[in-house]
Design a protein around this ligand. Sequence first.
Ligand code: ATP
Ligand code: MG
Length: 415
Amino acid sequence: MVDVVCGLDFGTSNSTLALIKDGAPFLVPIDQGRSTIPSAIFYNFEDDATRFGQQAVDEYVQGTEGRLMRSLKSILGTALVGERTALRKRSIGFTEVIADFLRHVKTTTEAHYGITLRDVVAGRPVHFIDDDPEADARAERELAEIYKSVGFRNVEFQFEPIAAAYQYRSDAGSGDGPSLIVDIGGGTSDFSIVRANSGGGAATVLATHGVHVGGTDIDRIVSLETIMPNLGLNSAMKGRNLPVPSWIYNDLATWHKINGLYTNQIRTMVRQIELEAARPDLIKRLRSVLEQRVGHALLGIAESLKIELSESKAVSFPLNIAGDPLSLDATAVQLRFFLKSWLASIKTALSDTLALGGVKAHEIGTVFLTGGTTLSPVVRDLVKKTFPRANVVSGDNFGAVGLGLAIDAERRFKA
Ligand SMILES: Nc1ncnc2c1ncn2[C@@H]1O[C@H](COP(=O)(O)OP(=O)(O)OP(=O)(O)O)[C@@H](O)[C@H]1O
Ligand SMILES: [Mg+2]
């Protein structure tokens, strides 16, 4: 079998694998013919098999008994990485879950083309963890070990916004003035400033920067603002001037923390809160969500609401929790309001990126947008306002990083 080099973009929400054919990168149809795969794993308790990508999400949504895992990239470099989650007859470490997923992506590609993948340029955010270089280096080591454990021989990392810059240049050529790459995905927002060289060849990287702020944080904010108050968030404990504990709601609105709530200990605690709450009817809904294990489905509704508000001015979602029919209503104006501090973090990160590169906003010739969250008009408006003179372009929102990683892999391993 032929050894082929590849680029692999393991994303918080979606992943891609790209190869090179006749000098040009292409995305492998990795998931039921689609070129992106949701970074989701479902351990099915009914047939003891493991499902990946869209099928994983579908089986969970259909109510199949099992355990859904999402947003696993977010645990790299954190204390959660060493933890395990209970399956039907065994438990599994979070790093093994990531390994299962990456192995699936690798072997699916190998079987499809009859090739062997040994050398990979793997994407990484500029910072896995903010303001903690040690934890950040640990996260990269953890991910490298996982890549090795599934059979990759040479694993080299590239910053995701530099990979996107390679793809942008191969798409669009060089423009006037330095270009700013803005990649806002599910878990992180990553930036680079590159300047094309007049003589051709590799562009000069003027700055790279990134923050652990992304689309999954928007899901959390939307859930906490619109869904969780229906489950008792901000309601009081009886006879006491105290609200019910908010951390449960916070975890229930955070993709990679949901499974941690499905324990007997938490269930007992919630039953106790129900007895002492001023609004036991609301806490009953919380208890039902935990007992039915529909936390991911609920957060999925917050995500859908967010995505629909990228297109529509107002949305309304019917919801049924513990037999109570509810209607979730939200408007684009409300979303902008909810996202005030989220947007402020992105704004700060943009100005920090400019400062790192010694470049002024008005000097940026082109802004290249990629990552699913840059489809949001709230984000686009912020970029246009910050760079009024720049040409704002976008390519494949979900594929640019993977394609750029393959370009990089070809250069590094085939040189
Ligand atoms: N139309 C849309 N409007 C707003 N957000 C969207 C839209 N479509 C997708 N998203 C969001 O984009 C995010 C996924 O983007 P992407 O696939 O680029 O992330 P990722 O590469 O997996 O994450 P990361 O690079 O941070 O690890 C999700 O949070 C998703 O909800
Ligand atoms: Mg990404």
